[in-house]
Design a protein. Structure first.
Length: 368
């Protein structure tokens, strides 16, 4: 039987059904528990159920102290909340879980509720905090790279035109055809460098053509291009969440970003393509209550491009989005840099997790 909010709560040994007024916590992406002043669980949200590997029903009424490697800080916090010594208290601890059977390092935030006999516990997995720090570092790094590229490209471009012009004038003065071969080498290399500089500057010059974008149309376009270039030996798997809504963005930029990632993956899987067991997966999902770019979003598109290739070499894993960094002979080292730039122009984030046999590029873009 549901208790009336004004009635006293059950003892820790009793099992009380979840309070409907706590259900808003289910919308949060962070694990939340509501305890009474003795440490008994009154409510856990859906995220904490997932983290603990236990149902809400099995946790309610139990002492939450037993789920910490060191319960003393929480006991101290509960006593402090009872005595009204603080509004919020923070500390680091380890959360003991049954499924999986491993401790999870967490940052614990203990806050007083409006009700005197209730305490709200927020648990932030430390690995999540580390990931957010890494994301912020990537964004700052990309901005620094962008400024460096722009300045460097302009510094190279001006003397490059002079070198090419001088080589052409020199060629006109030469009578020996054997010597003109050398001037042709200079001209060709100057043109190659000019093309490279233009590619470096292109993302910042091109206007942002905003329209309604269906991410699955983007994936299908990329899929057709990959299949046409690699007709045999590679299996392209589509794992779509068709409920994802359209959003405002630059369709051509997103096609290019996803194509650069998928094309890199296909080229890295050349040995598997020869063997006939290469696989490329396009997976779309909706992420809820996510934080990236120092901002929290209610909904975000999550696009994964996953391959079963050899993985990103450890030597360049931390630098794959840097310009001119490539793990493939003959590669320009610009594909992922351009992909990152295009995604960031949509206020999004791109990151990579790679081990031998599985590389996962994840693109996150806010949804309306």
């Amino acid at each position: 039987m549901l208790q009336h909010p004004s009635e006293p709560y059950m003892t820790p040994s009793a099992k009380s059904p979840p309070q409907s007024r706590f259900h808003a916590f289910d919308l949060l992406a962070t694990p939340i528990a509501v305890l009474n002043s003795s440490g008994a669980v009154l409510f856990v949200n859906a995220e904490l159920e997932d983290v603990m590997g236990q149902s809400r029903r099995s946790l309610e009424g139990d002492s939450f102290l037993q789920f910490f490697a060191d319960p003393q800080p929480l006991m101290h916090a509960l006593n402090g909340a009872k005595a009204n010594e603080f509004a919020a208290l923070r500390y680091d601890s380890e959360l003991l879980r049954i499924n999986p059977e491993e401790a999870l390092p967490v940052h614990v935030i203990v806050a007083q509720s409006d009700n005197v006999d209730e305490v709200i516990i927020e648990l932030l997995p430390i690995q999540q905090q580390t990931r957010q720090d890494r994301e912020e570092r990537l964004i700052d790094q990309a901005q620094a790279n962008k400024e460096l590229i722009r300045n460097l490209a302009h510094e190279i471009k001006n003397p490059l035109g002079g070198i090419r012009g001088a080589a052409q004038l020199l060629e006109m003065e030469m009578e020996s055809k054997e010597l003109t071969e050398y001037t042709q080498v200079i001209i060709r290399e100057a043109d190659r460098l000019q093309t490279l500089v233009d590619r470096l500057l292109a993302p910042h010059r091109r206007p942002h053509m905003v329209g309604d974008v269906n991410i699955h149309e983007v994936c299908e376009r990329v899929r057709s291009l990959i299949v046409s270039e690699f007709p045999r030996g590679i299996r392209v798997v589509r794992d779509y969440d068709t409920s994802i809504p359209e959003f405002r963005g630059d369709r051509e930029q997103l096609i290019q970003a996803v194509l650069n990632i998928a094309h890199n993956a296909a080229q890295a899987m050349s040995d598997r393509i020869t063997e006939g067991d290469a696989q490329l997966i396009f997976r779309t999902r909706i992420a809820r209550q996510v934080t990236f770019g120092k901002q929290r979003y209610r909904l975000a598109l999550e696009l994964h491009v996953i391959d079963n290739g050899p993985g990103v070499p450890d030597s360049i894993k931390d630098r794959i989005f840097f310009p001119l960094i490539t793990g493939r002979e003959g590669g320009s080292g610009l594909g992922l840099t351009l992909a990152q730039t295009f995604v960031q122009q949509h206020h999004g984030l791109i990151e990579c997790e790679s081990v031998p046999g599985r590389t996962d590029f994840k693109i996150l873009i806010p949804l309306p």
